[in-house]
Write a protein that binds this ligand. Sequence first.
Ligand code: NIG
Ligand code: FE
Length: 403
Amino acid sequence: MNPTETADVPGTILVDDIGTLITNDPALGRGPLGEIPHAALVLEEGRVAWAGPRAQAPAADARVDAAGRCVVPGFVDSHSHIVFAGDRSREFAARMSGTPYTAGGIRTTVAATRQASDADLLATARNLTREARAQGTTTLEVKSGYGLTVEDEVRVLSIAGRVTDEVTFMGAHLVPPEYDGDPEAYIDLVTGPMVQACAPLARWVDVFCERGAFDEQASRRILAAGVEHGLLPRVHGNQLGEGPGVQLAVEVGAASVDHCTYLSDGDVDALAQAARRPEPTVATLLPGVDFSTRQPYPDARRLVDAGATVALASDCNPGSCFTSSLAFCIAIAVRDMGLTPDEAVWAATAGGARALRRDDVGHLAPGARADLTLLEAPNHLYLAYRPGVPQVAAVWKDGELVT
Ligand code: NIG
Ligand code: FE
């Protein structure tokens, strides 16, 4: 049976003749990726029911022929800002000619987003979710942060909730222009009426802890207000220079600190120690941002060698990085950040799941969600080996063929 014939098949589905199966479960196969050659998978009711060598596969109601190709867990993209309006392609072009990225362009997107209708914002979010899925992403976190009024943040979060379960309140993205004379008053708004209205719509609270955005003290207050309202913390930090973001994230037990482009030895040590906790703080690297802002790439090798847990995510947004492709991020991480192809694939799947504190995605052991990608390739190395080439043959989410 062809993958396209399975959409409505009830009962169990055998994905057979998998050339290389990446389970991310060392108990099931070779190495940290739990790699199984000549493998099969059985899917049942949206979950993985069985994974192993195809010679031992149990019978199933329907069969999909992987024809010797590779199956990987669906990518877990733990960082995006896909609810927005407007276009910043000229800002990108200027950067490529030497204009530095300052994050000030966030205000351009805020102005356009406030003007946009709900229908237009939802259409953009849906299109980008579809685009990501067609490239193998089956879990996608989505942040607010381009509304920056109580009403607009509520609007953006409601729309985010229509495309994902992983919704993040980021009213502390930047101080909006109407508070230029009194940034403290904006922090009062975020930690008061805004978080109160937004918390029921989100799982996470995030803050841009960076020079020119929110300082350490304000960031700590903002995260604490989110936690008080039942949200779990995550942090944007160390993007434009060294700063307090990483240490603050570790101190408050954030699930992740994202960017990590500029790290001191102390930051690396803190992330290594945080990785040993039962609920670690993950270092989420965003290679597409450093590509699109002409920043240096972070040294992922240094982090992994120190013992930190590393994830890769897209940060898909109209300003600092307008890609939804985790394959692109994997290729950069391998070519320029010192990860092996195995480590990069792990970081974009199991690493992303750790950054979202999820144990049901990012791996394909029995019991996991049946979120998987069939690659037009014999093994996962091809993700970095053939950069820029579409290699996704089919995607299943919760056991349903979606691409
Ligand atoms: O993650 N750093 C802050 N926020 C976004 C950039 C958003 C923008 O430039 O519009 C980021 O890179
Ligand atoms: Fe971001």
